[in-house]
Design a protein around this ligand. Sequence first.
Ligand SMILES: Nc1nc2c(ncn2[C@@H]2O[C@H](COP(=O)(O)OP(=O)(O)OP(=O)(O)O)[C@@H](O)[C@H]2O)c(=O)[nH]1
Ligand SMILES: [Mg+2]
Length: 455
Amino acid sequence: MFASEDTIAAIATPPGEGGVGIVRVSGTRAWEIARRLFQPLPAPLESHRVYVGWIVAPDSGERIDRALLLTFRAPRSYTGEDVVEFSCHGGMVLLRRVLRLTLQHGARLAQPGEFTLRAFLNGRLDLAQAEAVADLVRARTESAQRLAARQHEGELSRAIHALREALIALLAQVEAHLDFSDDVGEMDYAHLQEQIRHLIARCQSLLATARYGRLTREGATVVLAGRPNVGKSSLMNALLGEERAIVTDIPGTTRDVIKESLQIEGIPVQLWDTAGLRETADIVERFGVERTHRSLQQADLILYLLSAPDGYTPEDQQLLARLPSERTLLVWNKCDLLPEGKRAQLLQQASPAVFVSALTGWNLSQLREAIGEKLLGSDWTTPEGAIVTSERHQLALQGAVESLQQALQSAEEALPAELVSVDLRGALDALGLITGETVTEDIVERIFSDFCIGK
Ligand SMILES: Nc1nc2c(ncn2[C@@H]2O[C@H](COP(=O)(O)OP(=O)(O)OP(=O)(O)O)[C@@H](O)[C@H]2O)c(=O)[nH]1
Ligand SMILES: [Mg+2]
């Protein structure tokens, strides 16, 4: 996959009908292909131009489409190679014919993500920025899109580069003691420890953004659960602001898992309404209850609904004993039916909890806040600087912290410079995984194979 002598081509716009459709070609033969297929063109083609004309099949002379041709000369292009883009009318038959012509005249079909892979290999983007390209395409909420844009622009990369430079400077100091220890005097272990501690703190403050970053990028699954008739479907509808799930006063109304997307405190949330939990002879309902149990295992957060007028029932107690408390938020619903003075009594039975009324919409904003807090941790604030968004980056940073802690221990024990240096190098390599300096071919292949074709 790393060989890039080939010229590659793909339809870069999504399948289906559209206003425009783009066939993108990158590689040494791109301009030559444009010259074969596009008319009229002036004698020397210029870079960064838009030409208007026809895509013409060279063999038959058939005019296939009235189109635009965009030209980019290496290295000032998306991939860093020669690139042309045919901007055609957006029909699939038409675009496939244009693509086929490029393939017949010297290109091969691009692999998923291969354009961006080439951009990475040619140093147009580092790995974190390249990953952000896929995130930009996939972002489903504004906050996810904004995070991806910041990563694409290089915010995270700069933070990692700064960390690596500080590490390299420290390594230089330590390694000066390897060969020339006579000239540079004794190693100042106290100073070294201080610098390593400082680096650890910087890695950890980046790591502290990971939960926010991942939740914003990947979203969270929030599952509504509880006994039948406590108002799960009503709460689903109230949070969505539409009558999505069927609500009746018959226990056992919901039989299947109903999934809807919404945003809560900026986090893309998949909200799942489930069948009420109870023993039942009804076979359909029983399947539903089984699905509820499976859903609970996948939940990032469980909203366990209790009915305020019913109070804390023995069934609630049994069910809650089996739920993971760190992932469960208790919600007392139907508070409109409860005199205000009685709330304290409910809290004695089950707390901490949020009081709401799905019927009147009372206190839903407090519920949203509580959901955000439970997902992000109680002391969260939106991070200001670089944000870690993917598990891959998180693991690499954790690896760096581990190596730094090893180095710190060696420094505390005043061990020889070699030992400190090995661990500092380990940390340097771990950070390089994020931006791509130290990444292996198979990791790169895996990352780009997740992309769509034409990106
Ligand atoms: N007064 C009042 N009634 C509510 C409230 N929430 C739900 N209800 C009523 O409670 C009954 C059951 O509501 P659902 O939303 O269907 O309950 P559910 O938990 O989804 O029930 P199952 O699907 O059977 O498990 C309906 O008659 C709702 O109108 C509330 O906050 N206050
Ligand atoms: Mg229901």
